[in-house]
Ligand binder design. Structure first.
Ligand code: PMP
Length: 423
């Protein structure tokens, strides 16, 4: 497909930031993998609706009716964006992290969980209470499938199981063989949840086509930074479990019992896990982003992003001090996310210099994927903080990495400036 003519309009295009060398420069936001700027279209849609918002599912007034309609039609838009099956549920959450914790909450009794150690912590950590098998980092997509198959074939007894896979790594940007992993999981009676936090903003995600059971993603990485995420997929586990949050909105009928307690009849729809007043602006913003990306056309967006990542790869290729991090090989297909280290540089200082001297915003650290980054850096010992890493002393080898990431709103100039700055 031909590449899109240029970037989609996003907020913040004209923001300028000061340079240590004097003067100001337009900010080059190259940290989309953390949070992407809002699409102008999303902002305009939200602004047009803002005077009319009201409580969802809780009011007789016109604006409450309007807001309820908008909330539910946003759910339908997201379902269509994800290619959901007719019986799937779309639950609005706060984020991918929240979505995966919700799924962890509804696991059936005795469910085993399988997850690669290479995942983001949001995929690695929510499965408390379940028996979790952490799978070793594979070095090829084929090895990932074989590793999963072996682990699933070995499991005993043969009860419910869930495999959590990433669509695109938030560290290397590499695409994972989701369809093949899902087929392997299903062949062994396991279900699959796709962490699409980094995939959905860059690639079409079709749950039917990929044959995954659930998909999770975040609005703020999909150009809709209004505090909403999504968990979409099979209704049965969601319907059968206790509500994730207990409260108004999740309950259909509550009555005192003769013995003094209360009987609760919970909803069996997505509302079961959405107690409390929902974030209608966030839901509408996600739906607006889904519509905008669909209308722009993923073929063109993917083609343009491939051009940008190629420029980055080629621009860094002949800088001997730069080492790009990858599991599947430097030329493996990836979304617009790439991490690297620079020999002789502390990554934090390097990232700080990109900001201070060039007005470029990247991220440094361990990217909330400590086991993966350790594997990629060769197992350097460290005691990192929340999602960061300790400082390397002057002249010491870097214990963390630098990540550059971009997407549909990135102008060519930002990528060109980044390459020039690194070189
Ligand atoms: N999974 C992946 C692959 C991610 O990159 C992220 C965010 N960095 C998350 C999950 C968590 O997303 P959120 O912080 O929006 O919950």
């Amino acid at each position: 497909a031909p590449a899109a003519d240029g970037p989609l309009p996003v907020l913040g295009r004209d923001v300028t930031v000061p340079l240590v060398t004097g003067g100001h420069v337009t900010y080059a936001a190259l940290d989309y993998a953390a949070s992407a700027p809002a699409l102008q279209r999303v902002w305009d849609d939200v602004a047009a609706y803002a005077p009319y918002y009201g409580s969802v599912h809780r009011g007789a007034g016109y604006l409450s009716q309007l807001s309820t309609d908008l909330f539910e039609s946003s759910r339908a838009t997201v379902a269509a964006f994800l290619g959901c099956r007719p019986d799937d549920q779309v639950v609005f959450t706060r984020s991918t992290t929240d979505s995966l914790n919700l799924l962890a909450h509804v696991l059936p009794e005795g469910c085993e969980v399988f997850v690669f150690e290479t995942e983001h912590h949001a995929s690695l950590l929510p499965w408390r209470g379940a028996r979790v098998t952490y799978l070793d980092a594979p070095r090829t997509p084929g090895q990932a499938v074989r590793t999963l198959e072996r682990a699933l074939a070995d499991r005993e007894p043969y009860g419910p199981a869930l495999v959590c896979v990433t669509g695109a790594s938030n560290v290397t940007g590499e695409l994972w063989p989701v369809r093949e992993l899902a087929a392997a999981a299903h062949a062994h009676g396991a279900r699959v949840v796709l962490d699409a936090a980094q995939l959905a903003p860059h690639h079409p995600v079709d749950v039917g086509d990929l044959d995954v059971d659930w998909v999770a993603f975040s609005g703020h990485k999909l150009y809709a930074p209004f505090g909403t995420g999504v968990l979409a997929g099979r209704a049965d586990w969601l319907r059968e479990a206790e509500p994730y949050l207990a409260g108004g909105g999740a309950s259909r009928r509550v009555a005192r019992r003769a013995d003094g307690g209360v009987d609760v009849d919970w909803h069996t729809t997505a509302a079961r896990h959405e107690a409390g007043s929902p974030n209608v602006i966030g839901a509408y913003a996600i739906a607006s982003a889904c519509t905008a990306l669909t209308e722009a056309g993923f073929d063109a967006l993917v083609a343009r992003e491939r051009e940008l990542i190629t420029r980055v790869r080629e621009g860094l290729a002949d800088v001997p001090e730069v080492r790009v991090l990858s599991l599947f090989g430097d030329d493996a297909p990836r979304v617009g996310v790439l991490s690297f280290v620079v020999e002789g540089w502390n990554s934090s200082h390097f990232a700080a210099a990109l900001s201070a001297e060039y007005g470029i915003g990247v991220r440094d650290g361990l990217f909330c994927a400590h086991p993966l980054v350790r594997t990629l850096l060769g197992g350097a010992p460290q005691e990192p903080g929340a999602c960061g890493a300790p400082e390397a002393g002057p002249g010491e080898r870097s214990l963390n990495a630098i990540r550059v990431s971009f997407g549909a709103g990135t102008p060519d100039e930002h990528v060109e400036r980044f390459v020039r700055a690194v070189r």
